[in-house]
Structures are given as C-alpha cells and as structure tokens.
Design a protein around this ligand. Structure first.
Ligand code: PEP
Ligand code: MG
Length: 562
C-alpha cells in the first residue's frame, strides 16, 4: 500500500490535479559486451551523427522555448558536442566497442566525475544522463525519452528528476503539475516551473514509486501531494484555483497596499525573451536583469557591441520605466567560461564570484559598462546598474566609481551577504540604492548551499535571521534616503512580500508569473497589516512559526487562496 500523501518542497504555487504520468526515460543500458562489426570508422561516424542530432535537437528545443530555457539547453547542447567526450567515444570504438555502448560508457564516466565533484557540478548530472540516454536511443533506433507525444488527458508529470529538455516544452494545458523525487528550490526544475507557471513540488521522497495512473492532487505552495484524493477535496481545490484566478485578474494597475502605500512591482528578466511575459503581467519596470544569462554558453567575453543590442531591446520595451541591470554575476551556481576563477576552488559559493571577479577581469566590466552606457543613451528607460555579491563598502565604492566613470550615474549594490546587511549604512554612504538578493542571503545566513537539494529545509527565507537582516538593510536604506528593493525568489511569495513591505522594503521584483498574486496580496492589506505581519514574523523562533504568525496578520491571503 502506498501512503495517501507525500510531502516535498513546494516551488511553484497553484493546485494541479490529474493522473500520474511517469516520465519515459528508462532507456535500456546497451549490453556490456556489445561490439561493432569491425568497421570502426563507420561506427564512429554513427556515434558522431547521433550526438550531433541530440545537440541540434536540444538547441532547437531551447530556441523554441526562448528565455532562460534557451540558455540552459544551449549549455546542454554544448556538453553533447564536448570534444573530450567525443575523443573518449572514439577511443572505445577503436577498441571494438559498439557505438551505443561507447557513448554509454563515456557519458557514465563523466557523470561519475561530476557527481564526485559535488555542488554545482553534481547538480548537472541529470543533464549528462539525459544526453547519454538520447544518444543511445538514437543509435538503437528507440523512441527518444521524454514526454508523451499525445496524452489522452492532462496529467501530473512524475519523475526522479527533470532535465531541462524535459521541462522547457511542457505545455501547461497538458501538464497540470510536476513532482520530482530529487531537486531543490533552486534546481532547473524549480526555476523553469516558476517561469512556466506550472505548480511543482520537488524533493518529494517516494514520488518515483507512485504507480502510473494514480490520481494526484498537487499543491505547489505547501508541497503536499495527495494520492487518490476524495472528490470533495479535488472539487474544493479546483474551485479555489478558479476563484483565485478570477480574484487575481480583478486586481490591476500599479503595486500599492489597500491604503495607497506605493510599492512598484518589477520583473526579473534574463534577456529579450522575457520581455513579453513581463509586460503582459503588468510589470512596472525591471528590478533584476540577470545579464549573465545572455552569455552562459560563451567561451570568449562578449564585446560591447554584441551586448549593446540585447540591452537596448530590453530598455526600449520598458521606455519611461526603471530598468535595473545587474552586471555579470559569474561563479558558483552561474559559471561563465570567460570569467573563470583564477585558481581551482574547493567551495565556489565562498570563492571568486560576482563583483570579486571584476578585480581579475576589469576589461570585461569595462566592456559591459560601455555597452550599457551606449544602449542607455538612445532610450528613455531609467537605467540603473548594480553589482552582485558585494561584501564591503570598499567594493561598493570601487564599483560605483567604475560605473560613474563610464557615464552611468545611478549605481546600486545587491545585498546578498550578511556582512553587507549588517553594515548596510556604510554601504549606503557610497551607493544609490540596494536590492536584496534573498536567494544568496538565505544561503549565506544559514550556511546551506542553495544547490544542495538535501538542505532545502534550511534554505528558507522565512527564517527570522534572514528577516532580521532584511530589516537592518531596509532601515539603513531609509536612514540614508535610499531605495531598497527585494529581487530574490522570496519576493514572489505573497505573504513574504507583505512582510518585506512591513520591514520597509520599497519595491519588489520577481518572475513575471508571480506578479498578479503579489499585486493582489498587497492590494488587500494596509501598510499597518504588513508591519504587524513583519513584527510577528521576526518575533517567531523558527521559519515555520514566522510564516504562520505573519499569515495570521494577513487574513485576506486565505480569501485569495494565496
Ligand atoms: C539572489 O541571490 O537572491 C538573486 C536575486 O540573485 P541570483 O539568484 O541570480 O543569485
Ligand atoms: Mg544572488
């Protein structure tokens, strides 16, 4: 007998109901003894063609999906074209091994290296397995692993883990939710689920043993997955979701609390493909333009000319509005080949990343600032520039000078490191605004690697220690007359968004899909409600107690099913 409920981490809100569909990805392992007929050259050609087909297919899926997905899949396509892996495949084929077994062994060897390396690299294991299975399927004439081509009814996708190629082409009309056994709140599965607006639960122990066809009710907020729920329960959840959509759609316009306290609601974007969803969701500007997402697959630094066009496209779409551009945030979870750490790092999250990289590569910062200044010139967008991973006031001052010298007058810093939050007043003296990155701030406050699914329970921005740091930062900003936004994923949680406003945060930036619910949550509460919720959360002793205490002060959230 299977349990009637499983619990994981809710990473993309909403409710989804449908039969469980297990992702078909179990491509049989080619026999160990599989040999080719003797023509090594022909066999090698077959292997090369299969890998190229896989790479081209991944890249094409990325192009169709656009946005962040394109970058993720382009990086995976590059892995399929990796010359070292190709050399290993060739070596095995030379020894008489059949192409499918050679591909299997070469990629399995590589995935074991990644798994042993831990951290960001280990999180890419699912990507390597996916390439291997696709190439083996191509060589053996099997159907490619992935989603059902023509499902009879909308379903809940259940998998051990989802590769980017699986998730990007998900059609929210066909896939009502997904549930994975592995993955944490910052895994590709989670980021892409939020971008698609599909409810999702990750890190759900026992999910891969759910029998196919089992009716599932997935709550992407609480992380609860109900197996074979009673029809009343489903009806309640469906009714709630419908009412919720209607209520959310009824709130439009600029972000503000019920008593008119203005809180601009901005979008997080990774490039031009994210413009349309942001505008459709009523974003009042861009609060975080993650420029490194434009260049994840680059080996050489992009020139200012190349960068200028991408920046200009975003500025023009938001003419008249604020656009906060973050300079390249390379390192740890977002490695860029052209900005490598100067020496191997045992712990990249505590190593050379963000603004620290530019001390080693000042010419890359100079090219980016030149591109931004030129792109900003021709538009009426209010362009502001900020640096990631600032720890000290010296770094902030150094960055500010570089920006102003390049003709970019409004310069901010991200507050993502506890030291910066604790000494925010010192940083405010040399900077124009703050943007709090709660993803990294939570990681560093709790000392819990954001890439480690097993630590998902600790990566909780509701922890009162994180809220204390947000409060300190907002107070320092207010004392210096500076704006203080939040652009981490936490701003997309309607209750936490109200708490941030209560703590003195002045704007909120999030994935476009989250804007309607945050707008509605603010519109239903006064700024005093928000302050009471913030005080209650900070007075709590744990993250879950903080969440419960804050929600008790925000009664309209339940009416809105948020
Ligand atoms: C953050 O750390 O909260 C943030 C917004 O930056 P990123 O997630 O890109 O590191
Ligand atoms: Mg960050």
């Amino acid at each position: 007998m299977h349990a009637d409920r499983l619990a994981g981490v809710g990473v993309s809100p909403g409710a989804g109901y449908g039969p469980a569909h297990r992702l078909v990805r179990d491509i049989p392992e080619p026999p160990r003894a599989a040999r080719h007929g003797g023509d090594a050259r022909a066999e090698l050609r077959r292997a090369e063609q299969a890998l190229e087909r896989v790479a081209a297919d991944l890249a094409a899926r990325g192009d169709r999906a656009g946005g962040e997905a394109r970058d993720v899949l382009a990086a995976q396509a590059m892995m399929a074209r990796d010359p070292d892996l190709a050399a290993r495949v060739a070596e095995l084929i030379e020894q008489g091994v059949a192409a499918s077994r050679a591909v299997f062994d070469a990629f399995t060897g590589y995935r074991e290296l990644l798994a042993a390396a831990g951290g960001y690299l280990a999180a890419r294991v699912a990507d390597v397995d996916d390439i291997r299975d696709r190439a083996v399927a191509a060589l053996e004439g099997l159907a490619l692993p992935g989603l059902p081509a023509d499902p009879a009814e909308p379903y809940v996708l259940v998998a051990r883990d989802l590769a980017p190629a699986d998730t990007v082409l998900l059609d929210p009309a066909t896939v009502v939710a997904f549930v994975t056994e592995e993955g944490g709140p910052t895994s590709h599965t989670a980021i892409l689920a939020r971008a698609l607006g599909v409810p999702a639960v990750v890190g759900c122990a026992g999910a891969s043993a759910i029998p196919p066809g089992t009716p599932l009710l997935v709550d992407g907020s609480s992380g609860v997955v109900r197996l074979s729920p009673h029809e009343d329960e489903v009806a309640r959840a469906v009714r709630g979701a419908e009412q919720n959509t209607a209520l959310l759609a009824a709130v439009s316009g600029a972000g503000a609390t019920a008593d008119g306290h203005v809180v601009p609601l901005l979008a997080n974007v990774g490039g031009p493909a994210d413009i349309a969803p942001a505008l459709a969701a009523g974003a009042e500007g861009v609060g975080l333009f993650r420029t490194e997402f434009l260049f994840l697959d680059r080996v050489d630094p992009p020139t200012w000319r190349e960068q200028q066009d991408a920046y200009r496209e975003v500025f023009e779409a938001f003419s008249g509005s604020r656009v906060i551009v973050r300079v390249l945030d390379a390192g740890a979870d977002k490695p860029l080949d052209f900005l490598p750490p100067p020496a191997p790092e045992p712990n990249p999250a505590l190593g050379e990343r963000g603004v620290r990289m530019f001390r080693h590569f000042p010419e890359v910062l100079a090219a980016q600032l030149e591109a931004l200044a030129r792109a900003a010139k021709g538009t009426s967008a209010r362009v502001q520039v900020m640096a990631p991973m600032v720890a000290t006031a010296e770094e902030a001052a150094w960055f500010g000078e570089a920006c102003r010298a390049a003709g970019l007058p409004s310069v901010g810093v991200m507050i993502e490191i506890p030291a910066a939050a604790l000494r925010a007043a010192d940083i405010a003296a040399v900077t124009d605004f703050f943007s709090i990155g709660t993803n990294d701030l939570t990681q560093y406050t709790l000392a819990a690697d954001r890439e480690a699914g097993a630590l998902a329970g600790l990566q909780d921005p509701w922890h009162p220690a994180v809220l204390d740091l947000v409060a300190l930062t907002a107070a320092a900003a207010m004392g210096s007359g500076r704006d203080c936004g939040v652009c981490g994923e936490a701003a997309a949680d309607p209750a936490l968004a109200c708490v941030f406003v209560g703590l003195g945060v002045t704007s909120l930036s999030m994935a476009a899909a989250a804007l309607p619910r945050v707008r509605a949550a603010l519109a239903r509460h006064t700024v005093d409600d928000c302050r009471r919720a913030a005080a209650a959360a900070r007075a709590a002793g744990t993250a879950s107690a903080a969440r419960t205490a804050a929600r008790a002060e925000l009664p309209a959230l339940a009416d809105l099913s948020l």
